[in-house]
Ligand binder design. Sequence first.
Ligand SMILES: [Zn+2]
Ligand SMILES: [Zn+2]
Length: 114
Amino acid sequence: MAKKKVATAKEKNHLDKVASLGCLICGSPAICHHIRNRGDGKGNLGFGNRATAYETIPLCPSHHVGVFSIHNCKEQFEAMYGTEAELLQRTLNEIKNLNEVNDFFNYNKGENNG
Ligand SMILES: [Zn+2]
Ligand SMILES: [Zn+2]
């Protein structure tokens, strides 16, 4: 039986941040969708090659698994909103901005302490 891969604290932290961005499409509360295609020309990720915590995008339940969603209507979804690889890039950029804001606050805290 395959061992279930447990997310490290760092990965969990990243997943929390992804979810906290809200749905990329509508801004509703989101959960993390693991992308299936990195867009690197290597094709779809197989089950043995599951996306990591860093290859997830935030989507609300209806854009994730609803009637018109990335799971049920992928071609139209990608045509309208961008490919998984593009959405991942957007997600990572937003997280990077988030991290910079956090760094800024930490930096200021450091100043106050000392
Ligand atoms: Zn949505
Ligand atoms: Zn999904």
